[in-house]
Design a protein around this ligand. Structure first.
Ligand SMILES: *[C@@H]1O[C@H](CO)[C@@H](O)[C@H](O)[C@H]1NC(C)=O
Ligand SMILES: *[C@@H]1O[C@H](CO)[C@@H](O)[C@H](O)[C@H]1NC(C)=O
Ligand SMILES: [Zn+2]
Length: 506
């Protein structure tokens, strides 16, 4: 994966031409798509411009030509002085950035659409500036672990997608030793596989051990697709001062103690041989291991740095909730904050930010994992029994920005963490940047617009009131979201038709 991703950084096909005092980068081709009601704009060919366009590694005034769903050209400089073809959407000082790519979301359909579903999930994504998401193979029922179950998912998603959606398949004990079963799942178009090293909480998605993972990687190598791993494992020898019966299940500290950093560390140690296999000349060269939602910024992170240093093909993501919250801020009984691995202490949060800024954590994802509200047991407030998972899909952009501001994060970093690096993981060569020839997947937003996230906001998740972010002061309002040139969300309205594409790997 790392190797295949290199070529796409340079827009070699772009023709550079002088235009007034500006540079015009033009794409060599375009194709058209979309139809009636797909877009809030009646145009297939238009320009969008602002003072702050995130493109070509910089932020500044530019105009972006969108034609037939693709970015056709970029004119950098004082666009108001250019003679541009109309129509021109001038967004003033708003930021024009690549749309976010969320590689970790649970939309729970088919089977548990009372938890979220493709329609509400992708409407929320569009409202949050996410233009592509990759749906996890579990929490839907049946889990997506075979060609047949993927077909059920594709069927369920039809005509419901407001943004583009790809799919991960599941690596489970049942298919791990069966290369032909894995191949038919990969041939059917999943972008890669996901597995758990501890119980997933879902009966038809059992955990894998390191042997299953090493075997699965051999097949993934042939397809050059990644394995995403939930890296928590119950250590062979559990720490003596683990849980005793006395602890209060309403206290977050109790839950935190039940899943110590040693679980993450143990899983990553157990993966070391599998990671080694992905090195050049290794048994699974061409495959890639991606650690989802890292929470432990200590030994687990050091082990991942070591693996990268020795040449393993590995990446790591963390999620906004680990960057926004710390354990001592979680109110007693407030199970909206329950997730696995857990949100740890304030020092750990600092270290996660540092690792992200230093490039040791490669990208961010939402791990949007809602459930029916009653499963959160809000009245009882029992952290040990409540369903785990933080609901956040629509809020990740303002959350990352709001909590990252004090660390001085830049718009280019946001674009790397939320667009460019996730696009590589998902194998999407024409997504993740504003460059000629790329899909016109774009978010327009105002970083300075502040608001308190409360019930009165237009929240498009199926369940508005189970998010841990409700009541928070945030900064960053999404104005418009374009998916392949279709204006799918603007001014709190969605396009009439759901024209997102099912992304299948070939
Ligand atoms: C993993 O489980 C399989 C059975 O499904 C077993 O054959 C294998 O030895 C196990 N590997 C480890 C490392 O425990
Ligand atoms: C949240 O909303 C759901 C309906 O979606 C309702 O059943 C539940 O009681 C509400 N919970 C709280 C804590 O307000
Ligand atoms: Zn998840």
């Amino acid at each position: 994966m790392a190797a295949s991703a290199k070529g796409r950084l340079v827009p070699v096909l772009a023709v550079v031409a002088a235009l007034a005092a500006a540079l015009l980068y033009r794409a060599p081709f375009s194709k058209s798509l979309g139809g009636e009601g797909c877009s809030l704009l009646p145009h297939d060919h238009f320009w969008i411009a602002s003072e702050r366009v995130v493109t070509l590694g910089r932020v500044g005034p530019a105009a972006v030509e969108v034609k037939g769903g693709l970015i056709n050209a970029i004119a950098v400089g004082d666009y108001r002085s250019f003679v541009l073809r109309r129509p021109l959407l001038d967004y003033g000082d708003a930021v024009i950035m690549p749309g976010l790519i969320d590689v970790h979301a649970h939309l729970d359909e088919p089977g548990r659409e009372e938890w979220e579903g493709f329609s509400t999930g992708t409407r929320a994504a569009a409202a949050g500036g996410i233009t592509t998401l990759v749906d996890m193979p579990l929490n839907n029922f049946p889990s997506t672990v075979s060609e047949e179950t993927l077909k059920l998912k594709l069927e369920a998603a039809r005509d419901k997608l407001y943004v583009d959606v790809g799919f991960w398949g599941g690596l489970v004990p049942e298919n791990a030793f069966n290369p032909s079963a894995l191949e038919s799942l990969l041939n059917a178009g999943v972008l890669g596989l996901k597995s758990f090293m501890c119980p997933s909480g879902i009966n038809d998605f059992p955990m894998t051990n390191s042997t299953h993972i090493e075997e699965g990687l051999v097949t993934l190598a042939k397809y050059q697709r990644p394995l995403l791993v939930h890296a928590e494992r119950i250590p062979d020898v559990e720490d003596e001062d683990g849980l005793d019966g006395e602890l209060d299940p309403r206290s977050y500290a109790t839950y935190l103690k039940s899943r110590p950093p040693a679980w993450e560390e143990s899983a990553i140690r157990d993966l070391q041989r599998a990671m080694k296999d992905t090195e050049a000349g290794g048994r699974s060269e061409g495959a890639h291991i991606h650690i989802v939602h890292l929470s432990d910024a200590k030994t687990s992170l050091e082990l991942m740095k070591d693996a990268k240093r020795t040449g393993a093909s590995v990446t790591v993501e963390t999620c906004p909730h680990y960057l926004a919250f710390s354990a001592d801020e979680v109110p007693d009984g407030d199970t909206r904050f329950k997730c696995a691995p857990p949100i740890r202490d304030g020092m750990n949060r600092e270290n996660l930010w540092k690792a992200l800024l230093d490039g040791h954590i490669d990208m961010l994802s939402s791990d949007h994992s809602p459930s029916a509200p009653d499963l959160k047991l809000m009245e009882e407030g029992n952290f040990l029994k409540a369903w785990g998972g933080i609901s956040s899909l629509q809020f990740v952009l303002p959350v990352t920005w709001s909590y990252g501001k004090k660390y001085g994060i830049t718009l280019n970093q946001l674009a790397a963490w939320w667009s460019e690096n996730p696009a590589k993981l998902a194998g999407q060569k024409n997504k993740g940047a504003i460059l000629p020839g790329y899909h016109a997947d774009i978010v327009v937003w105002k970083p300075e617009a502040q608001f308190e996230l409360d019930d009165s906001h237009s929240v498009y998740h199926k369940h508005r009131n189970i998010s841990a972010y409700l009541g928070k002061e945030l900064s960053g309002k999404v104005l418009s979201t374009f998916v392949r040139g279709n204006l799918v969300f603007a001014e709190d309205k969605h396009a009439k038709a759901a024209c997102g594409v099912q992304i299948l790997a070939k």
